[in-house]
Design a binder for this molecule. Structure first.
Ligand SMILES: [Cu+2]
Length: 132
């Protein structure tokens, strides 16, 4: 009787301990991912950078990894200001974006140390993508 009780207590403690260990381990690994810019996603080896254009660009500075094929996604949502007229000189991109939608700009495979700049047609608003 007592042995069984002790064994079941030990098993319970082990199970609770194991669960707590598992739970406490999870935030650490997701915190590591958050340390990267939140607007950067790597899917199937392609790096996607999302920037919102409306009354300027957000975020203004994004850090990405070098050596990966990279696509810039510019989102507009009721954007009738000049941030819809986008120029990305380093890849020869120039376009007036749809007021609402997503424009995909191929940035090629940037190298560490590169800096990609997006700028509005008037040179008033800009954003930077820094390659680390
Ligand atoms: Cu402008």
């Amino acid at each position: 009787m007592q042995k069984n009780t002790i064994i079941s207590i030990i098993i319970s403690i082990a199970l609770i301990g194991g669960t707590l260990y598992f739970i406490s381990d999870k935030p650490t690994s997701s915190a590591g991912e958050v340390a990267q810019s939140q607007n950067v996603e790597i899917i199937d080896g392609v790096q996607y950078v999302t920037v919102t254009a409306k009354g300027g660009y957000s975020p203004r500075v994004t850090e990405i990894k070098g050596g990966l094929p990279t696509k810039l996604i510019v989102k507009t949502d009721g954007t009738y200001d000049c941030s819809a007229s986008l120029v990305v000189r380093s890849v020869g991109f120039q376009k007036i974006l749809q007021p609402t939608g997503e424009e995909v700009v191929d940035l090629g495979t940037p190298k560490s140390g590169d800096e990609v700049q997006g700028i509005c047609g008037m040179g008033m608003y800009y954003f930077q993508v820094k390659v680390s």
